[in-house]
Design a protein around this ligand. Sequence first.
Ligand SMILES: [Zn+2]
Length: 294
Amino acid sequence: MIEGILEAHMTLGDITIARVVEMEGPMMRPEDLLPAATPEMLDLHRPWLEPHYLSPSNILIMSIQSFVVRTSQRTILVDTCVGNDKQRSNPSWTNLQLPYLRDLKAAGFSPEDIDVVLCTHMHLDHVGWNTKLKDGRWVPTFPNARYLFTQVEWDFWKERPPVQSYNHPCIDDSVLPVIDSGQADLVKTDESIDGSAWLEFAPGHTPGHVTLHLESDESEAVLAGDIFHHPLQVAEPQLRTEYLDIDPEAAEATRIDVLNRSTDEEVLILGSHFANPSGGWIRTEDRSRRFIPA
Ligand SMILES: [Zn+2]
C-alpha cells in the first residue's frame, strides 16, 4: 500500500483538479467488492484494467483520495477520506496517522485555502478529514470553509438508521461537530456552487449521494463519488457493491444513467476510488465500454 502519492494536476479549461491520496494500492479481492464478478469477466477486461486497476495476483487496485478543484472563483475540496485518530471497526482504517495535510500542502493548499468542502455522501471514507482532534475535541479542519452536505443525506444519517451501523461513529466525530460549529450548509441535491461547478443528484449508494459537475470552455467533468467503486463497473455496470449500497438497484440505475450520458462524449470522469490515473474517458471499444485513463 502506497500512502500520500501526489499526482500532477489535471486541467479542464481554466479549472484545475488535484488529487490528494490518503491510501492507494491493491485493496480488495473482486469477489469481496463485486460479488457477481466472475473470473471470465476479469480475464475479458484484464488487457485494459492492467496495470493501473488490477494487480497481477487479481487484487483490485483502489484509492482513498480527495480531489481539490480550483475554479476561477472557489477552491473546493471534494470528499475527505478516513481521517486521522478516528476509531473505526475496520482495522486498516482505525486510528490512522497519515500525512494527508502535508500532502494537501504539497499539492499547493493549506487548510485555510479551502473555501468549500463537499462530501458527496456521508460514508466514513468521505468525511474523515472534515474534522481533526484538537485538545481532545473534534474541530473543523478547514477553518474558512463552508461544508456542503445534502439535506437528504443528513436527514437519513441523523436518525442513525439500523442499516450500516458501522458508519454511525463518523457521523458523531466527523459530521456533527461541523454542524455544531455553524460551518455546514445543508443544501439541495442540485445546488450550484458557482457558475462552473454544481451538484447533481445521484442516489442509490446512499439516499442523498451527489456528483459534482464541472464545466469550463466547453470541457466537462464529473466527479462521480461512489457511483463506481472500480473501473470494472464502467464495462460491467450491473456489478453491484451490494453491501455498500443502501439501495443497490437505484445505485445501478444511477450508474447506467451517468454512463449513458458520458460514453464517447468529451466528459472527464473521476472516480472517488479509482487508483491513479483516477480521471479518464468512457469509450466504446469492441462493443464494450472501457475506462480510458486521461
Ligand atoms: Zn467510498
